[in-house]
Design a protein around this ligand. Sequence first.
Ligand code: MLT
Length: 275
Amino acid sequence: MKRVNWVDLSIAYEEEGDGYPLLLIHGYPLNRLIWQNQLEGLANSARVIAPDLRNHGDSIAGSGIGQGTYPHTMDLLAEDLARMLDTLEITQPVAVGGLSMGGYVAFAFYRSYPERVGGLILTATRASSDSAEAKSNRIIAVDLARTQGVGTIIDSMLPRLVSPYTISRKPELVQQIKKLMMSNSVDGVVGDLLGMMDRPDSTLLLPQIHVPVLILMGRDDQIIPITEAQEMNNAIPDSRLQVIPDAGHLPNMEQPEMYNQIVRTFIQTLDRGPI
Ligand code: MLT
């Protein structure tokens, strides 16, 4: 694990490999460890960088703005990542990959820093903002996290996160994901929920994305319907959609070989310049 430090924030991250920079952004309520198979499997094709977002994993929000519970707005999380790239002196365009909430952050990053993005990899995510029902579910979850801790939320979410195939064939992976989720703090979970419920709708951004985009979905995703990915694919000028069988909301963990193969091919097209 490596770190970049500022007065108000310390971001922990993993880094492996050389070549085209690939920034991987985890979802909710997860951390950088979801990208272990990509750090190992893609290191021969890219410079893979996987940070913990603020208040996740080993990232520490320090004194002042970073402390306590506050919304992790998608813009704030994207700004943290831009600061990290600045500190690492990565000024050339990078491939930005985000899973679910990480995809919302990837949209925010593209909106704020389009010149820093050479390609987008949107996994198990959506462009739309929260519906009224989704917002009230977030408020219920905030209340649950504050009164009962993160365990209750995780117990209800975990069976919907992975595919039936993963549940029956890969029980050790399910336990690993549960452990990773349980390491989240109440502040981290609440900050994400408050940030996600206020995120802007990115639907109107889609036709204005002028870099190649790869959209990846698990066929059995129970959190985000594939129809939303198809709509994104129709609206983005240069995009392709790949659906991964026997995977749910975490296809990079559930089917890592297939996921890595698709991402590797995509990165190679970026490395060669515009297609
Ligand atoms: C995630 O996996 O990051 C979340 O499920 C996204 C969401 O709740 O909208």
